[in-house]
Design a protein around this ligand. Sequence first.
Ligand code: NAP
Ligand code: ZN
Length: 348
Amino acid sequence: MPGVLALSLPAKGARFTLTTVERRPPRADDVRIDIAFCGICHTDLHVGHDDWGGTPFPLVPGHEITGVVSEVGDAVTRFAVGDRVGVGCMVDSCRKCAPCTSGEEQFCAEGFVKTYADRDRDGAVTMGGYSRSIVVSEHYVLRIPDALELAAAAPLLCAGVTVYSPLRRWAAGPGRKVGVLGMGGLGHLGVRIAAAMGAEVTLLSRSPDKRDDALRLGATRFADTRDSAETARLAGHFDLLLNTVPAPLDVDAHLGLLGVGGTFVTVGAPGDAVASYNVFSLLGARRAIAGSSIGGIRETQEVLGFCAEHGIAAEIETIPAAGVPEAWQNLSGVRYRYVIDVATLGTA
Ligand code: NAP
Ligand code: ZN
């Protein structure tokens, strides 16, 4: 099998180059997927910029992958050639530990194998979805419901499940007041999904020009985080704050917006990852600080079903592969997720 066309960052600070990557011949439980679309997640930028350290270069990012099965291994039972499928942030895990066997592979005791910039269990460095095809064990492949278009479904594989999982765990639903902090790829799906779950949703954003979109997507209130008087009026209001901001923020100020027993859950992962808080911000109202990481395979399938049922997909801007460098420069300008039309890779 000749190499597979891919967009690669050869080194930190380098430009994207068109290259080829090797994909293993499908093993018994593998499927080969011809990739149609891949979302651009802010995590791609964190890793590409080596914000968290340890990025292996060359890097082929991309973990919001949708496409069509083109080949299956002998022992594959769940997929056939032609099926519409997706791959999110993980391509393997130990499959034996308690989290893996209970469907929370994202907390695998050995660490799950990330779709890119990680060591696969055979030692190879994983390469993501900014490429024409990928080979993945069927256990880590998701089925895309017919009701969802492949392009708009792609961001559900990371952004969607990353907000769905904590919204479910902290019981977003009727009678619950949920605040979503930041409306980019994750945040806009957070607003939509929390509203579809029946919660009362507020968007807290530094961008007043997102007010109308927030209300259209299901929020009942918009608060400008740059206006301290506006946010102060929400003191003690929320049961749950879902933080999607990829930059450090004032934790105490946000804890003050939670009512008794409220929880501040962060999914945003800034490069400067150390945050501090005053313990009295917690004690005075039995508040909690929590974090959440993507979701397991079962939950990722569940969010796809939930979104199909509720008519939810990501709001996307589809771009050709040649537009990726500009998209990375302008990630905060997109409404609300760039998705690469992977068929354009290598065409211009
Ligand atoms: P994104 O599309 O860039 O959206 C981030 C939003 O945060 C922006 O649109 C903006 O919304 C707000 N924001 C406030 N201050 C900002 C700043 N200084 N720089 C940039 N944005 C700022 O990002 P994303 O793809 O949604 O990802 C968000 C974060 O979640 C990233 O750190 C990413 O790595 C992380 N993530 C975590 C997981 C996990 O499993 N925990 C999974 C995926 C992604 P407003 O204009 O509305 O303020
Ligand atoms: Zn992501």
